[in-house]
Design a binder for this molecule. Structure first.
Ligand code: EPU
Length: 420
């Protein structure tokens, strides 16, 4: 296993190019199962989660080639039965269910478990499949869905925490090949859902309203192959924006879309961070003192749960009291105890973390627990005095393409080493 060794205290300077979005790429790759024709997906980030999705597609019978950021996938003949162990390993793999059900009218997929950030049920995905006419049962750890016919329906897909991103993706993909019209209300509005809908429409689907809470899908008989460029990763861009702010640096973020980051940009500005757009890129810098913020995570366009940990790292170095409330996942505060090892003062009260910021951070060995928590530890390490050792960086490799290299190009002193 790899670890990062970070010597903090260097203001990051220069420019960084953002990779394609992991969370857009995963459902788009799953969508290639909807046709027997070849698909070409470009700007795919080279990440362990993405390679893993490639393996899952192959295990279902598809041919997948990944080279220089482009995936060519063809699912000429596929089976409806996913490999238990393979699918169980990555929660995002749940989004193969919609395409299998749409194309083959049946799907058997291992029930994804919870993970460190929360219980992560899939009841809303299953509600959607049932509404389309599927019979869904759970047996032996597998979800079995069968639908001799899939019929368009009107469906409310909101849950306890609001909309569901992969649930919306799953229902759209099944409904794309259903008979008749499906209207999803309380659909997820995330840019990744829009990107999926754009790809599906390029394949011949008829989807309108993606990006709004009401999405209408008019089922078609068949989808064809298509080519697509994945949108830039808004969470990676936000992470580099925080990296610039936390190190008092100045970083130009290229290839991202500021319009996908309004909530993050607004909060950073409230905190005293300067963000200046210039054409397709934006520059993040910090001139004066930072100010504490209060923020609650919400579905898009609200402040993303996937940037909560990184923002907490920034608030650790910001004098004053910040309150960060997590409303999407019930236990997404695994980074708190690790940030404390670096000297941060954070207490948890219910869904809120109260950060008493401004104490100097000093390097220490810490443990990455999940993808975004690991990003927060790297950010804190960049700001800390001395050396921070972030262990188990395979978590970060799941979702950030070459983050150590990209940070080094900005001047950070970060090395990858083997854990002993
Ligand atoms: N939920 C239900 N029932 C369901 C589905 C979801 O109650 O059937 C609840 C969840 O427990 C959670 C909320 O709804 O409280 C939102 O979960 P959502 O379904 O939107 O999450 P997801 O689709 O499984 C994606 C991203 C996550 C990101 C969330 C929220 C992918 C592969 N994953 O997960 O990304 O945090 O949306 O934006 O797209 C990450 O990249 O680090 C990551 C965890």
């Amino acid at each position: 296993m790899d670890k990062f060794l970070i010597k903090g205290g260097v203001p990051l300077r220069g420019s960084v190019t953002i990779s394609g979005s992991k969370n857009a790429a995963l459902p788009i790759l799953a969508a290639t199962l909807l046709t027997d024709e070849p698909c070409v997906i470009r700007r795919v980030p080279d990440l362990s989660d993405v390679r893993f999705m490639g393996e899952i597609l192959e295990s279902l019978g598809a041919q997948v080639e990944f080279s220089s950021g482009t995936i060519r996938a063809q699912a000429a003949r596929i089976k409806p039965h996913g490999d238990y162990e393979l699918i169980r390993k990555m929660r995002g793999s749940v989004c193969i269910m919609g395409p299998l059900l749409g194309r083959l009218r049946r799907a058997t997929v291992s029930l994804p478990g919870g993970c460190v950030i929360g219980a992560r049920p899939i009841d809303l995905h299953l509600k959607g499949f049932r509404s389309l006419g599927a019979r869904v049962t759970i047996e032996g750890g597998y979800v079995h869905a069968r639908a001799p016919r899939l019929n368009g329906c009107d469906l409310f897909l909101g849950g306890r925490a609001g909309s569901t991103v992969l649930g919306t993706a799953n229902v759209i993909m099944a409904a794309a090949l259903a008979d008749g019209i499906t209207v999803i209300d309380s659909a997820a509005c995330e840019p990744e859902v829009v990107d999926l809908a754009n790809f599906l429409n390029a394949m011949g689907a008829r989807i309108t309203g993606a990006g709004s809470p009401t999405i209408t899908i008019t089922g078609v008989r068949k989808l064809h192959g298509a080519e697509h460029d994945v949108i830039p990763d808004r969470i990676e861009a936000a992470t580099f924006a925080v990296a610039a702010a936390i190190t008092r640096g100045e970083v130009t973020i290229k290839g991202a879309r500021l319009e996908h980051q309004q909530a993050v940009a607004d909060l950073l500005r409230q905190a005293g961070v300067k963000i200046e757009r210039s054409g397709p890129e934006f520059t993040v810098s910090r001139a004066g003192r930072l100010k504490p913020v209060d923020v609650t995570t919400q579905p898009y366009p609200g402040f993303p749960t996937d940037v909560q940990a990184q923002m907490m790292a920034l608030m650790c170095v910001t004098p004053g009291i910040s309150i960060i409330t997590e409303r999407i996942f019930e236990s997404r505060f695994m980074h708190v105890s690790e940030l404390a090892r670096l000297g941060a003062e954070i207490s948890i009260e219910g869904p809120s973390a109260i950060v008493k910021g401004g104490q100097p951070l000093s390097g220490a060995p810490v443990m990455a627990s999940d993808l975004r928590a690991s990003a927060a530890l790297v950010l804190a390490g960049l700001a800390a005095r001395g050396t921070t050792e972030v262990n188990r960086v395979y978590h970060i490799d799941r979702g950030y393409e070459r983050i150590d290299e990209k940070l080094r190009q900005l001047g950070a002193r970060i090395e990858r080493a083997k854990e002993t």
